[in-house]
Ligand binder design. Structure first.
Ligand SMILES: CC(C)(COP(=O)(O)OP(=O)(O)OC[C@H]1O[C@@H](n2cnc3c(N)ncnc32)[C@H](O)[C@@H]1OP(=O)(O)O)[C@@H](O)C(=O)NCCC(=O)NCCS
Length: 452
């Protein structure tokens, strides 16, 4: 086979696999917060290329830049040390001057980055109109516990109409962490607060932070390891619980620093908030257009309906899976078997009716688990419930320190392959499971590795 045909063979399915995301995100609004550290690390040109491409696929983008290191650098150049209290900068006259200078400089750099268009670069023929403005009204932080924060402020109001009109002109909105009071005074804000407030005010589809941290780990206060990977999807309730258990974050490198803003946005109607590492080239493309993403997504998935099963759910589960047992899609399980294993089940329930279920049977000696009886009621199939329950089962497996999950299926292979499973020989199965494998049924075994 020639190199060209090999390339075509991989490129075409790859490009097609991205198509559903392109369709889904067209006309959606993303608010993207870029930490000043990312710009200081020289990531602006590639970030601009990626954002220009996302915008060209019909996504409306509000970009908020941070400037913490740039302001500190200006302060140091003037012989001043940055001052903080309660994790917030104290903006005196000198710091305000430095912040204004840093913001001006960064705006020029960002506008310049979006104006690139050299032939043979990803920006060739791109036209990104970047518009900034006085879209944020601020008020002072004031005096807290006797500390006067002077020109440090918090967001009071977002000019939703102004931002929406600008986005409707197909322009990208660029915001600096500044706001103005009705008396014309300027206040220094934080990038994280501006991005979160704008995402909430616009009811954006996504809030994304490009940060120095790689995402949130399953056990956030422990070091990175094979069995403590980045949690690619964190349900809102789990994120809130995690935040409550972590020490109060004050530095951007603290685990809870960005997480607290993601949780706030999620609780106020922004369904998905992401923490993405800027150190990975193309991180934002990987997060948006690849199924599992690369950072952590906090998601409000109406948790009251997605939960672990209790003995009261046995009847509902039986009712749900029976038709699929009858037509041979699922292996038959009796009431007593489900009763015995009820703790292994995860379900989705709406108004007292069970619409989806799946069970997880661990084989700890092989650091794996079988996901069995994955079923979504025919009334609600195709709405993402299958995927939602799979994510939760993966999370349960990860929390138990397992490396992979596997399924046995006769008819649903492609659904699993699309979600990161790969076929393996039945010989791969843990010994205890192999003994029960029904060689006549010829089920396909598929495995998904959980570590990232
Ligand atoms: C497989 C199943 C759990 C998926 O649930 P779901 O909520 O419909 O899934 P999602 O909404 O997350 O995904 C829907 C997508 O999967 C596709 N899909 C559904 N069944 C499929 C199958 N057997 N093979 C391949 N793709 C399938 C749908 O066409 C849809 O594709 P689209 O998004 O391109 O339109 C559900 O169809 C089901 O309960 N099937 C019967 C039981 C079963 O087969 N269980 C697996 C036993 S191992």
């Amino acid at each position: 086979m020639s190199i060209t045909s090999v390339f075509n063979f991989t490129f075409v399915p790859w490009f097609r696999s991205v198509a559903p995301y392109i369709h889904k995100f067209r006309h959606q609004t993303f608010v993207v917060g870029i930490a000043g550290e990312a710009i200081a690390a020289g990531k602006l040109p590639s970030l601009a290329q990626d954002l220009a491409m996302i915008q060209s696929m019909g996504v409306k983008i509000v970009l908020v830049h941070g400037f913490r290191p740039q302001v500190n650098e200006q302060l140091r150049a003037k012989g001043h040390a940055p001052k903080y209290s309660h994790g917030i900068r104290i903006t005196d006259e000198v710091a305000l001057d430095c912040a204004q200078e840093a913001a001006g400089q960064l705006r020029y750099e960002i506008e310049a980055a979006f104006s690139q268009g050299l032939p043979n670069t990803p920006m060739a023929d791109s036209t990104v109109r970047v518009i900034s403005g006085n879209f944020i009204t601020a008020r002072p932080v004031g005096i807290v516990d006797g500390v006067d924060f002077q020109h440090s402020g918090v967001v009071r109001k977002v000019d939703i109409a102004g931002i929406t009109k600008t986005l409707d002109m197909d322009a990208m909105v660029l915001l600096s962490p500044f706001g103005f009071s009705p008396t014309g005074e300027a206040f220094n804000l934080t990038m994280e607060e501006v991005a979160t407030s704008v995402a909430i005010a616009l009811q954006a589809d996504k809030l994304m932070f490009l940060t120095e941290i790689p995402g949130i780990r399953t056990r956030p206060d422990e070091a990175a390891s094979e069995d403590n990977p980045i949690d690619t999807e964190l349900p809102l309730a789990a994120a809130e619980k995690m935040l409550a258990e972590l020490p109060r974050p004050t530095q951007p490198s603290d685990v809870g620093f960005y997480l607290q803003h993601c949780v706030k946005a999620c609780k106020q109607g922004v369904e998905r908030s992401h923490i993405i590492p800027y150190s990975v080239d193309g991180a934002i493309l990987l997060e948006v257009y690849v199924h599992d993403g690369i950072g952590t997504m906090v998601v409000d998935e109406k948790l009251e309906s997605l939960r672990e099963a209790s003995p009261d759910d046995v009847g509902g589960i039986l009712q749900l899976i029976e038709p699929f047992e009858k037509d041979g899609t699922l292996v038959k399980r009796g009431r007593s078997e489900i009763e015995r294993d009820i703790g292994n089940y995860t379900i989705i329930e709406h108004d007292g009716v069970i619409f989806a279920c799946a069970a997880l049977y661990p084989y700890p000696e092989a650091k794996t688990a079988e996901m069995a009886a994955l079923t979504v009621s025919p009334d609600v199939q195709g709405q993402g419930d299958g995927e939602r329950i799979l994510k939760r089962v993966e999370q349960r497996a990860r929390a138990s320190g397992l490396d992979s999950i596997f399924v046995l299926t006769t008819r649903t292979m492609h659904w699993f392959i699309k979600r990161g499973f790969a076929p393996v020989d039945p010989e791969w199965l843990p010994e205890a499971r192999k003994r029960k494998y029904n060689w006549d049924r010829k089920s396909q075994v598929l495995v998904k590795k959980l570590s990232t």
